[in-house]
Ligand binder design. Structure first.
Ligand SMILES: NC(=O)c1ccc[n+]([C@@H]2O[C@H](COP(=O)([O-])OP(=O)(O)OC[C@H]3O[C@@H](n4cnc5c(N)ncnc54)[C@H](OP(=O)(O)O)[C@@H]3O)[C@@H](O)[C@H]2O)c1
Length: 336
């Protein structure tokens, strides 16, 4: 089988195509023929050696998000069978309930080998079935970005119809949050660096758009659009550089779901107190969240927004596309 590895993490050019023996499933395992994988900002950070403090294992197979078809199962496997269309869950050991410290060590494409490979063995517990109406490319876009957006909107206190949700930018996580919130009857306000991207966001259901390039004090504009009261939820992918403005855009007692690390900055924690907001750090989500999300995706026949699909041989170009940040939604690699 062909697969990509990262012998070093000095940049995108380190991504190296090689080959290996196709593995066979042992007890409790399923062999999946991977058909598509998708990229997250994290994958770029990993390839460029700027992810976390401890780095990643040498020769890592990259990417957390992939979908494919089960081709063989080992003894005692009951959750999947050959022919099933599946995706791997981001943290292979986080099935439900609260995240455990040990779950971090099971993150695909980071702590352990990922999915940019033609075949991969999974523990049967580490897989979910794809919603029937989704292609492999669409299914491959779910495990990190979509589950993170779902956890933001439903993991702490469930989003209510009629609430207002602010999403920052038009990348993978934010577009899923937009789609989920819109489907739930919430009002979505999107920000972006680009008017053209805001038009796309409106076509997907955003009620309002704010260009944060033209409105450096975008939180004031957001508050105005939220009737002066502020928004109920912020899907905060910007990080410490945008967090103070996100809190300021929030209503008294609202929730800021802290997800991203795209910007740096400092803030006065007194802001959180003064606004009475709940700021909650999010680390993707569990298999149970993934399954609940898939039921909603199937019910509403939601289609993940895919910006571009690159062939397996052009994986480096897919990374460069994420780096260029011209995309809306997800960037996908077709594997077979
Ligand atoms: N904690 C977790 O579990 C978790 C899970 C997934 C992702 N993340 C993090 O969330 C962030 C987004 O990930 P992603 O995969 O969705 O990224 P992505 O697809 O690469 O999207 C990035 C987008 O963010 C927007 N952006 C950049 N700087 C911004 C700013 N200052 N203010 C507002 N928007 C800004 C841009 O959209 P416009 O061009 O429209 O402005 C950009 O295209 C990353 O930091 C990633 O590491 C964390």
């Amino acid at each position: 089988m062909r697969l990509y590895r990262l012998p070093r993490t000095d940049g995108i050019d380190d991504l190296t195509l090689g080959s290996d023996e196709t593995p066979r499933p042992a007890r409790g395992q399923a062999l999946v023929r991977m058909r598509a994988a998708s990229l997250n900002y994290r994958d770029l950070a990993i390839a460029q050696g700027r992810y976390g403090t401890g780095g990643v294992p040498r020769n890592l197979v990259p990417l957390s998000d992939g979908a494919g078809e089960v081709v063989e199962v080992g003894p005692d496997v009951t959750r999947v069978r050959p022919g099933d269309r599946v995706a791997g869950i981001f943290m292979q050991s986080w099935i439900g309930g609260e995240i455990a410290e040990s779950d971090r060590a099971s993150a695909l494409g980071g702590a352990i080998d990922g999915v940019l490979t033609e075949y991969r063995l999974f523990d049967e517990q580490g897989l979910v079935h794809l919603p029937e109406h989704l292609s492999f490319e669409e299914g491959a876009s779910l495990p990190c970005a979509a589950v993170t957006a779902w956890n933001a909107l439903y993991g702490l206190r469930s989003l209510q119809a009629g609430e207002t949700v602010l999403v920052l930018g038009t990348g993978g996580v934010s577009i899923f949050a937009l789609q989920f919130a819109h489907a739930a009857g919430a009002r979505v306000i999107a920000t972006s660096s680009s008017d053209a991207k805001l038009e796309r966001a409106r076509a997907m259901g955003a009620a309002e758009g704010v260009n944060y390039g033209r409105h450096p004090d975008w939180e004031k504009e957001v508050r105005r659009l939220a009737g002066g009261r502020g928004v109920d939820h912020v899907v905060e992918v910007g990080g410490s550089g945008t967090l103070p403005r996100s809190i300021a855009a929030c209503r008294l007692g609202g929730a800021v779901h802290l997800i991203g690390v795209l910007t740096t900055g400092q803030m006065d924690p007194g802001m959180i107190l003064g606004a009475g907001v709940t700021v909650r750090g999010i680390y993707v989500g569990s298999r149970q969240m993934f399954e609940a999300m898939n039921r909603a995706i199937a019910l509403h026949r939601l289609k993940p927004v895919i910006d571009e699909v690159f062939p397996f041989e052009r994986a480096r170009d897919a990374y460069r596309h994420i780096e260029g940040a011209s995309h809306v939604g997800k960037v996908v690699i077709a594997i077979a």
